[in-house]
Design a protein around this ligand. Sequence first.
Ligand code: PBG
Ligand code: ZN
Length: 328
Amino acid sequence: MADLLHRPRRLRGTASIRSLVRENHVTPDDLLYPMFVTAEAASSEIGSMPGVFRYTIEDLTPAVNRVLASGVHAIMLFGIPADKDSVGSQGYASDGIIPSAISSLRKSFGKELTIVPDVCLCEYTDHGHCGIIENGDVANDPTLGLLQRAAVTYAQAGADMIAPSDMMDGRIGAIRSALDTSGFEQIPIMAYSAKYASAYYGPFREAADSAPQFGDRRTYQMDPPNRREALREIALDIDEGADIVMVKPGLAYLDILREARDNFDVPIAVYNVSGEYSMIKAAARNGWIDEQRVIAETLTAFKRAGADIILTYHAVEYAEAWQRAVRA
Ligand code: PBG
Ligand code: ZN
């Protein structure tokens, strides 16, 4: 068989050659690390998400020190408030948990740290839905004003970017105009554009104590079987002024990510959500998989599918391993 002309194995013979022809890399610069900040008295580990904590504002600073030391320099923030009510007031109060955390972090870290608060009401409402309730469902347009207030409040506290995750229609345009009229025309919006009603958010709802108390999120988050609709949601958000669009969850929606990449030229983020994280942790704890390799393979899949930014709870452990490999 010496006349076999094409031998792809020629380029796989050594680690050095493989790295020369490697098409995709994930570096700490690609990662956005989601963190939880709580108004409770003490920090605590989230049972279904080993290695992920709800931090008090006091404990958040040392935790972010470790994040920056790993090479990751951007975080997303979720808040757990002291009190919840039917309209999610603590989500847009100027002395709420998120504005307080942002000002404290800004004081400690300056602009070295990029702070991206998630904007939604479900962590702040007593019913756990992402907006206010009228006639047994989330009322779209009345919710928009509250999201605008949250976005402007977070920008005033010093947020670098705003990330609305609520899936109300028209929210990107509403938030863009609220930011602009408040003097924040330079603050970008990262829109959770193609966000599906997914069972993979289960552990997050324990982390944020935000499970809906009745019904589910299917009247506002997308129906998982739909593909064309995701492209339409993304196009609408770009039209309304989104600077970055997101596909969420990640692994079960890599086809959507690829299509988004092929159809739009704005930066694209993907959210490697809580359930995806917890499955890897659970399998690793049982000794069933090589955890570090599975994490690297997973994050690389997002790059290969077209993501520019990867939101992942694995960010710090991946970045620390990446640094060790670079130094070795
Ligand atoms: C809030 C929000 C959720 C997530 C991000 N922002 C939960 C939800 O929509 O129910 C999920 C993140 C994760 O599972 O890691 N709307
Ligand atoms: Zn929500």
